[in-house]
Ligand binder design. Structure first.
Ligand SMILES: C[S@@+](CC[C@H](N)C(=O)[O-])C[C@H]1O[C@@H](n2cnc3c(N)ncnc32)[C@H](O)[C@@H]1O
Length: 260
């Protein structure tokens, strides 16, 4: 299996919309309230995982990308010893894993679930997570809320600037652009490119992160959760816990409880 995030991993933590995304406090608070170990699914470079462990929560981070996990390990190594001891990292596919441990909470931050492109994969993932939760365990599923305007009007094939430029620690300047290469409205899968236009050290380079993502609508996600044995407890439109429907399109953040 190819590591889709291999080329993007070095830039990830410097991308301004990720570095300034207002979700970390939300996930830290939810993890503290869960009062038990937390599984961060698709933990990436530890953007949420590490601050949560720093707050005192025992964390397992699971990701399929060796490159993202390598970044995460580097960052964990710079944490105080106590924080380091609270974190386990596992390289695995979210559709099928066995950790031999149960969690009070499982979380997805910045939409890793949308990397699953079929209903079978989505159900397999949710069922696997369900098995890893304690009796009243919870799941937080952070999804993109597809607005009709976005689906109809976002131009296909056009490269657009995405977020402000940023500077890497070694001085290279990066402008990130974004392109929907193709949109399949039947399968709800978009072919996407995030392009890192890098200049510095006397050269310029284009690093293309190509991947596919499936968008889900609210009731579709509710049915999927129910199929896997979850009951929706809360549905938010933002990390400030504003209720779904208060802003359009807003986010689509499910807090679900393990039903049985
Ligand atoms: C957008 S990043 C989010 C990273 C992190 N949660 C954050 O908030 O910064 C998505 C992550 O999902 C991971 N991922 C994608 N497909 C996966 C799979 N099948 N199993 C496990 N992780 C996966 C990617 O490797 C990547 O690290």
């Amino acid at each position: 299996m190819t590591d889709e995030y291999e080329g993007a991993a070095e830039f990830y933590d410097h991308v301004v919309p990720y570095a300034t995304r207002g979700d970390v406090e939300f996930f830290v608070d939810e993890a503290l309230a869960a009062d038990g170990p937390v599984l961060e699914v698709g933990c990436g470079t530890g953007r949420v995982l590490i601050p949560t462990a720093r707050a005192g929560v025992t964390m397992t981070g699971l990701d399929v990308s060796a490159a993202m996990l390598a970044r995460c390990r580097e960052k964990i190594a710079a944490e105080p010893e106590k924080g380091q001891q609270r974190i386990d990292l596992v390289e695995a596919d979210m559709r099928s894993f066995e950790l031999g441990k149960k969690f009070a909470l499982a979380t997805f931050s910045i939409r890793p679930f949308q990397h699953l492109l079929t209903t079978e994969d989505q159900v397999a993932c949710l069922t696997t997570i369900h098995r890893h939760l304690v009796r009243d365990g919870r799941l937080i599923l952070d999804l993109f809320n597809p607005s009709l305007d976005y689906l109809v009007n976002r131009p296909i094939g056009v490269e657009q600037e995405e977020g402000p430029p940023f500077t890497m620690p070694d001085g290279r300047e990066v402008v990130r652009t974004f392109r929907i290469v193709a949109q399949d409205r039947f399968t709800q899968v978009n072919d996407i490119e995030l392009i890192y236009n890098v200049t510095g050290n006397g050269r310029s380079d284009r690093q293309v992160h190509a991947f596919r993502m499936r968008y889900l609508f609210r009731y579709e996600a509710e049915h999927l959760l129910a199929r896997a044995g979850f009951a929706v407890h809360r549905l938010y439109a933002g990390y400030d816990r504003s209720p779904y429907g208060s802003t359009y399109p807003g986010e689509l953040i499910f807090v679900a409880r393990k039903g049985s």
